[in-house]
Design a protein around this ligand. Structure first.
Ligand code: AMP
Ligand code: GLY
Length: 424
């Protein structure tokens, strides 16, 4: 099969790396890709939102499957665009249509979905510019801390957790009246704060059956000990020891099964990944959010633990035969340490030469924000490289990732040295 992967981060590098291992893979393309993806396939200079450019490329390169990494093209309807074209509709797309991607694209939609299908989640209410004062009154009924969420996609920045009631009211006004988060914040979901430990559960579905992928924990804050600003993710580990068999059984029965059944009941076709952000509250799962894609950097921790042929699973998704595909998980522990650019998640430099990549051993260095210029790999984003290692224990996997994190050099390199320490 000839495959086009859409995206340019560590997640897409991990997809390219894993799909390149399949005997069924023919040509592999990545749009736009990065310096790492070009080792496994051919980078194509197209934006993930350039649907007509992507469609033309697929037609002229005999693409037989498209795998969509990031949420934006899914929420904007890339899958629907393909289905509406007489030629492109024959190319299976891994990633839901717009209706399913709304689980991530609208917090209000996803909360209504969970309520309708009795999926455990925090109590909530949704407010608009017309009823800000009702929003203030609703906040009066809640206990601190207060959770405010912009309805639409806000690149991970649309959630505010505030301990002060006055501040929460002021922020609600800023979001709704002053469009603090632009159009994404014209609707705001206010919800009850859920105390607990967070984890990510990933499901691959053909719309009827599903496979539960290894679960992972993401480290979101820039600073060690989970301090400082939120980032796209500073590292990930899989498996997550506090998600034991009993907890995961609850997740399957109370969250995954009703989610798949709910999509069917609501006549929402869904072929792709469902990333469920969960809070473990005293042993019970509550859904914080759905995403319509894999996580980044979780993918870099999860894919190395899938022993089966990922393309065979994707074929199962495309043809509605996922149930019959073989699926095996590596029991080892995976640790991903993200190397970032100095200053990230604030302003940071790009274009610094990266050295030492050829000396990495025992880990895979998935490229996140890199580009190749005149034969030299240089930094090209806030998150630069994801160092992924498998070990028979958390300690062994951590050691490998940290050793290789030291070997790679560029100006301003930063990483958290405590990834996985809390779970050791
Ligand atoms: P979201 O974009 O919905 O994932 O929210 C971003 C982060 O805010 C989550 O990863 C959680 O750490 C936190 N969060 C969101 N909703 C809640 C909630 N109801 N209670 C506690 N923490 C939350
Ligand atoms: N690592 C969190 C995300 O991909 O949204």
């Amino acid at each position: 099969m000839n495959i086009l992967i859409i995206g340019s981060g560590g997640r897409e590098h991990a997809f390219a790396w894993k799909l390149a291992q399949s005997p069924k893979t023919g040509k592999l393309f990545i749009a736009p890709g990065n310096a790492g993806t070009s080792v496994w396939g051919t980078n194509v200079n197209l934006s993930p939102l350039d649907f007509s450019g992507i469609g033309s490329f697929c037609k002229s390169n005999q693409i037989t499957m498209m795998v969509v990494g990031p949420e934006a093209p899914l929420v904007e309807g890339i899958h629907d665009y393909f289905l509406a074209d007489p030629v492109l509709k024959n190319i299976p797309v891994i990633g839901p249509q717009k209706a399913g991607a709304l689980l991530e694209g609208s917090k209000d939609f996803s909360k209504q979905f969970m309520q309708r299908h009795h999926i455990p989640t925090a109590a909530y209410a949704t407010f608009f510019p017309e009823n800000i004062s009702e929003g203030h009154r609703f906040l009066d009924t809640l206990k601190s801390p207060y959770v405010l969420k912009a309805d639409g996609l806000a690149a991970g920045k649309g959630v505010l957790i505030l301990s002060d009631l006055k501040e929460a009211k002021a922020e609600l006004t800023a979001m709704l009246r002053d469009a603090k988060f632009g159009a994404a914040g014209c609707k705001v979901v206010i919800e009850e704060f859920l105390p607990g430990i967070e984890l990510s559960v990933f499901v691959l579905s053909d719309g009827v059956s599903y496979k539960i992928l290894p679960s992972a924990k993401d480290y979101k804050r820039i600073g060690e000990g989970d301090t400082g600003l939120n980032t796209g993710g500073m590292g990930a580990v899989s498996p997550v020891h506090f998600a034991d068999a009993a907890f995961l059984k609850k997740v399957e029965d109370q969250v995954i099964k009703p989610t798949i059944a709910g999509l069917k009941k609501d006549q929402i076709p869904y072929k792709g990944f469902i990333f469920i952000g969960l809070m473990n509250c005293n042993g019970d799962p509550y859904v914080i959010e759905y995403n319509c894609r894999m996580g980044d950097p979780e993918t870099e921790a999860v894919l190395p633990r899938i022993k089966s042929d990922l393309l065979d699973l994707f074929e199962g998704v495309a043809t509605g035969t996922l149930d019959s595909r073989s699926y095996e998980i590596d029991p080892r522990t995976s640790v991903v340490v993200m190397l970032t650019a100095g200053g990230y998640p604030g302003d940071y430099e790009k274009g610094d030469p990266i050295t030492g990549l050829e000396n990495v051993s025992g880990s895979v260095a998935f490229h996140a924000g890199t580009v190749e210029r005149d034969g030299q790999v240089i930094t090209n984003g806030g998150r630069v490289l994801a160092i992924a290692s498998l070990g028979s224990s958390m300690e062994e996997a951590r050691k490998l990732s940290f050793r290789n994190a030291e070997i790679i050099q560029y100006t301003g390199k930063y990483y958290r040295r405590d990834i996985g320490r809390d779970l050791e």
